[in-house]
Design a protein around this ligand. Structure first.
Ligand code: SIN
Length: 483
């Protein structure tokens, strides 16, 4: 049984219209580190999702009409409650998702920072006036909330991915329904409890927990009352959901898969590059869409770089996220481990070789120890696919143009990283990389004040920052005559 300082944060029913909503059957939430069942949770159906959509739709008008500074205060209160309960929320997160407790605690602060950021931005939704075309007319623009928003969020950041969307939506004046991944619903339900305590009105924020992703997804993407749909997850699923949204022409934003190149040029500070790679690659065991996926190293420094990386990787400690000293938890499930192993094995048959493979036989099937792969080429499965695990495939290059060309040779365009000291190169490479976000001599780029999002098949729209509200607002043009 999960023990918290405040056990009432542990909720087991969907949160719809300000109420905890029981469903007929239950689903089990499993601790990926041990395989044990943590909690049974009511398993909501498509009909329950429809109830949530109706509740949010009914709540929309009055929430949109609530003065911005009032919405701001409620979001601020929610932020304060999240931070006051950071320890309990982190514990829930580690137990259902697997990441080490310190990282989980960081995710709670990261998630809460979006509530804080958008509580401030709520007050800055300003319109515009245009120069008049004739003396008896005036032209202006006002910004209004798009309406009721539906979201589907992933298991890798069970708190922050909800907070990043919900904070912007609520700040803009939209009401919100989210279906969190059924493997990690407890973090979402604890957030709902805190939204309730903060005084967010009934129907404005709803959480529907159910494992029938298909039928709940259809309600959220096809219901005519849903004005906007937002998703964080794989490109494959994002394409399906986008197609489903087409029948009602919803406004859509997608934060999808990545295949981040991490380029180390010959003029880089190699120690800083190794530290940056460790931060990017091993955050959440590599189960992050902005995780370094292909490590491009100039051939003249390959050996030294691999030596230093090997030392750093060997210091990682795998285990249950609640154990002291653990720096990397399990993968989300054994299917994920099998998929990653398959990418590694296929690439080895094509000529890649293992530099290190820190296997620990004592850990369960959900654990995957870090592997560094050498002799990788960009056509191998490990380089074509988003790995979502602790594998570092090393690809070498000889010129700047070659590095850029390999980096851009992917259908994805979320994050990219490079390490270089030459200022001319820093500009050239920053401009040439076809990605939505670029870390320059930096491996940790995520922040509430920064626009998060991708280009190409990594999605559309931006979350966080002053741009993050735009996806939740409509522009309305007013033309006033007879003046
Ligand atoms: C993600 O992996 O989807 C998000 C990671 C982040 O916000 O940094």
């Amino acid at each position: 049984m999960l023990q918290l300082t405040d056990n009432t944060l542990l909720k087991t029913h969907s949160y719809i219209d300000g109420q905890w909503h029981t469903s007929g059957s239950t689903l089990a939430v499993i601790n990926p580190a041990t395989g044990e069942t943590l909690q049974q949770v009511s398993n909501a159906s498509a009909e329950d999702a429809e109830k949530a959509v109706n509740a949010a739709h009914n709540a929309f008008q009055s929430w949109a009409a609530t003065p911005a500074n009032q919405r701001s205060k409620l979001l601020r209160k929610w932020f304060e409650l999240m931070m006051a309960h950071q320890e309990d929320l982190a514990k829930i997160l580690t137990l259902e998702q697997g990441k080490p407790l310190a990282e989980a605690s960081g995710e709670i602060a990261y998630g809460a920072s979006f509530l804080e950021w958008f509580s401030e931005e709520a007050k800055r939704v300003c319109g515009d006036t245009m120069p008049m075309p004739s003396s008896d007319k005036r032209m202006l623009v006002i910004k209004q909330p798009v309406g009721m928003v539906a979201a589907i969020t992933p298991w890798n950041f069970p708190n922050a991915m909800i907070a990043r969307k919900a904070a912007a939506a609520l700040a803009a004046g939209c009401s919100f329904v989210v279906r969190p991944d059924a493997q990690t619903p407890l973090s979402a339900l604890a957030m709902a409890e805190l939204a309730h305590r903060a005084g967010i009105p009934a129907g404005v924020f709803n959480v529907v927990v159910g494992d029938d992703a298909d039928s709940i997804g259809k309600v959220l993407t096809q219901h005519p009352k849903v004005a906007k749909f937002t998703f964080t997850g794989s490109t494959r699923v994002g394409k399906l959901l986008t197609a489903q949204c087409a029948s009602t022409v919803k406004k859509v934003s997608m934060e999808l898969g990545g295949n981040a190149p991490f380029i180390v040029f010959e003029d880089a500070d190699i120690d800083a590059a190794v530290a940056g790679l460790m931060a990017s690659k091993y955050r959440n065991g590599g189960q992050t869409c902005v995780s370094a996926n292909r490590i491009l190293v100039h051939s003249s420094i390959e050996q030294l770089f691999i030596e230093k990386l090997t030392v750093a990787v060997q210091q990682l400690k795998l285990g249950s996220g609640l154990e002291k000293g653990v720096t990397m938890g399990p993968m989300i499930n054994s299917r994920a481990v099998a998929n990653i192993r398959h990418l590694v094995d296929e690439s080895i048959t094509m000529g890649a070789s293992k530099v290190i493979d820190v296997n620990d036989e004592s850990l369960s099937d959900n654990f995957l120890a870090p592997i560094i792969l050498g002799n990788v080429t960009n056509d191998m499965p490990i380089a074509r696919n988003e790995i979502f695990g602790p594998i570092c495939p090393i690809i070498t290059f000889d010129t700047e143009d070659e590095a850029i060309s390999i980096a851009n040779d992917t259908e994805f365009g979320l994050a990219a990283y490079f390490y270089a000291r030459d200022i001319g190169r820093v500009w050239r490479v920053s401009e040439a990389l076809q990605f939505g976000m670029v870390g320059i001599n930096e491996g940790a780029i995520s922040n509430a004040a920064a626009p998060f999002g991708g280009v190409k098949q990594s999605g559309n729209g931006r979350e966080g920052s002053q741009y993050g509200l735009d996806d939740y607002l409509e522009i309305k043009y007013l033309c006033m005559g007879g003046i």
